[in-house]
Design a binder for this molecule. Structure first.
Ligand code: TYD
Ligand code: MG
Length: 481
């Protein structure tokens, strides 16, 4: 077993090397290698010492004693997990420190405990008194959650092996856990991996569901526990801008449900409030009447979500103009800008370009291309877009506007929120169904859209006032509902 001399482990991705080096060749990060004693590293030693035993093989049709899923009592959380926590599954909840992971889990565990399940909350970061204080603030002190401040995995496993099997165990956080089976310091990749393995084994053996909390690094990856990501059944990421009240829970990986669903919450003085209609939330602070904003009719999972895209295109004195984007893929922005330059005669090389998705949402859909392009051109020509219109459609490199999925759902949501027209791909007009009650402006190439917006700009220039009367859907005027 001379191979066991590998002892420098990347704290970012878990790759192991037998000598120190500045850069991890596996993930490309610098200064992430730390010396760890991997000789006692878990799987090999455990497996090699044990004698094989026989076990019974079972059929797929077997019945489990009770419901395979445990509802959290929070609709938004259940939506992201795919309908509740699966027995014996292990889920990792990642997020920046202070984003609200402990708050979310305190609320969820309290509700489940009130529903009569045995729920255990192990805090490795806060003392019992601090957890109690939070529960008191949330008005949940009476919930029969079993609480402990512990960090030793062996102690936790032996304690929980007694009595009825807990239905759910929260480990807050996995970075604070340590196990006797490895020598490394707590928080190192080896410790995190070994602790997670021990807990996963416990979950599979007993059928208890386990939630591991993990902190993420500034670039959005779950620190250290990235190595845990592929061991667990589901990875949820809790996101949000610190300065804003909205929090978004997103499934990054889910063996038992969809990965594109989001749960939306609002952080209030009394904990997290579920937001059942995110579109209203994302559009509530709309800056009406300014050029450079377009409403995108998007889909998150199974749910349509309307959100405002804001663009600023400003002349620059820099040799290399700035391109900054928040909430969207920067390479997607570059592509849209290139198509605008190449096919629509829009010159942007002398301009800085900023694009922002309002409300702290992150958009992953290519369907946002058309809304982004509309916002950009609107800012460039300083012409306001109609405030009662939504935009969606993918733009190809040739400047063609391509159809996207779920057109009817997008239109329905827009109509529900008081919008009156939709700018969409020509080929999607057939799917629209015609029942949404919106007037449809189908465009088949980006050039058409650019020409329309530019025309608004010149009309505005002649009259000296915005051409469009303020055709705002009533519910978005400030101060109303
Ligand atoms: P917390 O759940 O401790 O974050 P994490 O576990 O992800 O590190 O949340 C901490 C933040 O949430 C803190 O800045 C205070 C805020 N907060 C509220 O605004 N309202 C509340 O009711 C609670 C409990 C916390
Ligand atoms: Mg916490």
């Amino acid at each position: 077993m001379a191979k066991n001399t590998l002892s420098f482990v990347c704290q970012n991705c878990g790759a192991a090397y037998n000598r120190w080096q500045g850069k991890c060749e596996s993930c490309g990060e610098w200064n992430t290698l730390a010396e760890e004693d991997t000789s006692g590293s878990v799987p090999v030693s455990i497996r090699s010492k044990r004698k094989g035993r026989t076990f019974a093989l079972e059929s797929l049709a077997g019945k489990s004693p009770d419901a395979p899923r445990l509802s959290s009592g929070m609709t938004e959380l259940d939506r992201v997990t795919g309908g509740g926590f699966v027995r014996g599954s292990v889920l990792l909840v990642g997020g920046d420190p202070g984003i609200g992971k402990s708050t979310l889990l305190t609320q969820a565990t309290s509700m489940m405990a009130r529903a009569g399940h045995r729920i255990v909350y192990i805090s490795g970061e806060e003392a019992v008194a601090q957890v109690r204080l939070r529960a008191e603030r949330l008005g949940l002190s009476d919930a029969p959650v079993q609480l402990a401040a512990e960090t030793s995995v062996e102690d936790i496993v032996s304690t929980l092996s007694e009595g009825a099997v807990p239905r759910l165990i929260v480990i807050d956080s996995i970075q604070t856990m340590w196990t006797d089976t490895v020598e490394s310091a707590p928080g190192t990749v080896t410790q995190v991996r070994a602790s997670a393995q021990a807990l996963i084994r416990f979950a599979k053996k007993t059928g208890a569901a386990i939630i591991l909390v993990g902190h993420v690094t500034k670039d959005g990856q779950i620190a250290g526990p990235r190595v845990v990501e592929h061991m667990v059944d589901a990875v949820l990421s809790f996101e949000g801008e610190g300065s804003q009240q909205f929090r978004i829970l997103r499934a990054v990986k889910n063996r038992f449900g969809p990965t594109d669903e989001i749960g939306v919450f609002e952080m209030t003085g009394l904990g997290l409030r579920e937001v059942t209609n995110p579109s209203e939330l994302f559009l509530s602070e709309r800056d009406l009447g300014t050029p450079g904003t377009a409403v995108f009719a998007g889909i998150e999972g199974t749910r349509p979500v309307l959100v405002e895209l804001q663009a600023l295109v400003a002349p620059t004195s820099l040799g290399t103009p700035r391109r900054a984007v928040v909430g969207w893929d920067p390479s997607r922005l570059s592509m849209v800008l290139a198509v605008l330059e190449a096919h629509c005669g829009v010159k942007l090389s002398g301009h800085d370009v900023y694009l922002n998705v309002a409300g702290g949402l992150r958009i992953h859909e290519p369907a946002a291309d058309l809304a982004a392009a509309a916002a950009l051109v609107s800012s460039l020509v300083n012409a306001q877009l109609p405030t009662d219109a939504v935009y969606f459609g993918e733009i190809s490199l040739s400047g063609v506007v391509r159809p996207v999925a779920q057109t009817p759902a997008r239109l329905k949501e827009a109509a529900k929120l008081g919008f009156q027209r939709a700018v969409l791909p020509e080929s999607a007009r057939g799917d629209a169904g015609g029942d949404a009650g919106l007037s449809l402006n189908a465009v088949n190439s980006l050039t058409t859209l650019v020409a329309e917006i530019a025309a608004r700009g010149s009309r505005r220039g002649e009259s000296g006032a915005p051409a469009e009367k303020n055709a705002t859907p009533a519910r978005f005027r400030r101060g109303e509902g």
